[in-house]
Design a protein around this ligand. Structure first.
Ligand SMILES: Cc1cc2nc3c(=O)[nH]c(=O)nc-3n(C[C@H](O)[C@H](O)[C@H](O)COP(=O)(O)OP(=O)(O)OC[C@H]3O[C@@H](n4cnc5c(N)ncnc54)[C@H](O)[C@@H]3O)c2cc1C
Length: 435
């Protein structure tokens, strides 16, 4: 390990950064590790809701992960996050109904913490790392990452330079643009040609009762559409703010908090831009901005009843007189048909009809469709090895680097980078174009 300010710098304290930090400090306690984050506390899914999925391929990006590789590392993730697994009921019945119409229902080992409890989990994890000697710089933005003849380092707030023997960059989905700028400056090849575009559905638990049997049911429909991130109990739709526009998402509090009998989940369609290859991020930003433009600066919501009649929703459609529940995230009542590209809407609507056949109720006129829910996490750096190394001593992992799509996959990605730094792990070079 070259001598420098410290042995390892990890940018980002999300699950990818934490996965790396725990592995490094466990396997090599003498290493000095510095973690830097621009927020006061870890952000992303660890803080919001914190559903944990422990079944491949949920949360993993299959180009980068084999089932064996994920299953090798998931027990280590489990050991640190200490999930309490949820029971599932009547799975075979739902599964048979789904299979009959060409839909797959995945059986996923799941745990759920809840937004009200996640801080306790995060505090426990950070305290454990502090006990192991990890240093934290919170509310500190890394503005650049570099590697020169003296080794790698990071620039803090555009001014101070901190060097290390190795740098792991794990800035998450919101760090997507930052990562692209770093890759362009460092001359690291990448593509970002995939984006998930979809809507978030909100309805009553009575209209989607499967959530009483299976907390976050994972249905895979034709045309690349899937259910994603189901929340029930004390659940609500939330806004994710980006520069100049907002996207929708969802979360829930822990189970012992009284609910409002509402459930929300996303239906996402994966878009791969191939010929010519274009930026999925750019497409996501354009679609997000368009929807917010039509919504007067906010996302859109529309009742299924209005959508089926081919008319926009308006404030009147959302009165208590006509419909059974108010929206948990009142955005602009409007017409999704104006904002969602036609083919995406067609495939999502087809999925909704299939879902309504499996669990009758989802197409109730009161069901609300929110748009846009967009996942821009598809940076694909050209990795030099199976440990997500992108240059001599710099690694990029997590959702921002396209190695994961969820908490457990991100944590496991961090472990893989740490294994690379420690020179261990199993070899599987053929997975990577560059390695
Ligand atoms: C609202 C919401 C709910 C979610 N719910 C779930 C869920 O229930 N289950 C699930 O599996 N997944 C969920 N996800 C997805 C999940 O958050 C991600 O898959 C996971 O957190 C990715 O981990 P990561 O470490 O790659 O990135 P993140 O968790 O996003 O962490 C990245 C960290 O890097 C920091 N950072 C970024 N740029 C910089 C910079 N330039 N300088 C310094 N620090 C920087 C950020 O502040 C952040 O703390 C949710 C996401 C959101 C937004």
């Amino acid at each position: 390990m070259p001598h420098s300010d410290r042995d390892i710098i990890i940018v980002g304290t999300g699950p990818a950064g934490l996965g790396a930090a725990f592995h490094l400090t466990e396997q090599a306690p003498s290493l000095s590790v510095l973690m830097i984050d621009r927020e006061k506390i870890c952000s992303g899914g660890l803080l919001n809701d914190c559903k944990q999925n422990y079944t491949y391929p949920i949360g993993f990006v299959v180009e980068n992960w084999t089932k064996e590789e994920a299953e090798r590392l998931l027990p280590e993730v489990e050991r640190h996050l200490k999930p309490v697994f949820k029971e599932k009921k009547n799975l075979e019945i739902y599964r048979r109904r789904a299979e009959r119409i060409g839909v797959t229902l995945l059986d996923v080992r799941q745990a759920h913490v809840g937004t009200d409890r996640s801080r306790t989990l995060i505090r426990r994890l950070l305290a454990e790392l502090e006990r192991r000697g990890v240093r934290f710089m919170m509310e500190t933005e890394v503005t650049d990452v570099f590697e020169d003849a003296r080794g790698p380092g990071v620039v803090i707030s555009g001014a101070e330079t901190v060097r290390a023997g190795k740098v792991i960059v794990a800035p998450g989905r919101k760090g997507f643009g930052f990562l692209q700028r770093v890759m362009e400056r460092m001359g690291i090849d990448y593509i970002d040609n995939v984006v998930d575009v979809g809507i978030r559905i909100e309805t009553t638990v009575d209209n989607y009762p499967i959530v009483k049997d299976y907390y976050d049911p994972k249905f895979i429909f034709p045309d690349g559409v899937r259910t994603f991130c189901t929340n029930s109990g004390h659940a609500r739709v939330v806004l994710e703010r980006y520069q100049g526009f907002s996207l929708v998402n969802g979360d829930a509090l822990s189970e012992d908090r009284a609910g409002k009998n509402l459930v929300n989940f996303a239906l996402l369609k994966t878009i791969g831009l191939k010929d010519p290859v274009r930026s999925g991020q750019q497409m996501g930003v354009f679609l997000g901005r368009l929807a917010n433009e039509i919504g007067g600066g906010r996302p859109l919501m529309q009742r299924v009843g209005d959508f089926r009649m081919g008319k926009r929703s308006n404030a009147e459609t959302f009165n208590e007189d006509l419909y059974s529940f108010p929206p948990s995230c009142p955005v602009t009542a409007g017409d999704l048909g104006l904002a969602v590209p036609a083919r995406i809407m067609r495939h999502i609507w087809a999925a909704m009809k299939k879902l309504d056949t499996i669990i009758p109720g989802i197409l109730h006129p009161s069901t609300i469709m929110y748009y846009p829910e967009i996942k821009m996490y598809a940076n694909k750096p050209s990795f030099l090895d199976r440990h997500f190394r992108v240059s001599g001593n710099v690694y990029m992992v997590g959702d921002g680097a396209g190695t994961s799509r969820g908490i457990t996959g991100a944590w496991a990605s961090g472990i893989r980078a740490a294994e690379g730094i420690l020179g261990g792990g199993q070899e599987c070079e053929s997975l990577f174009s560059g390695g």
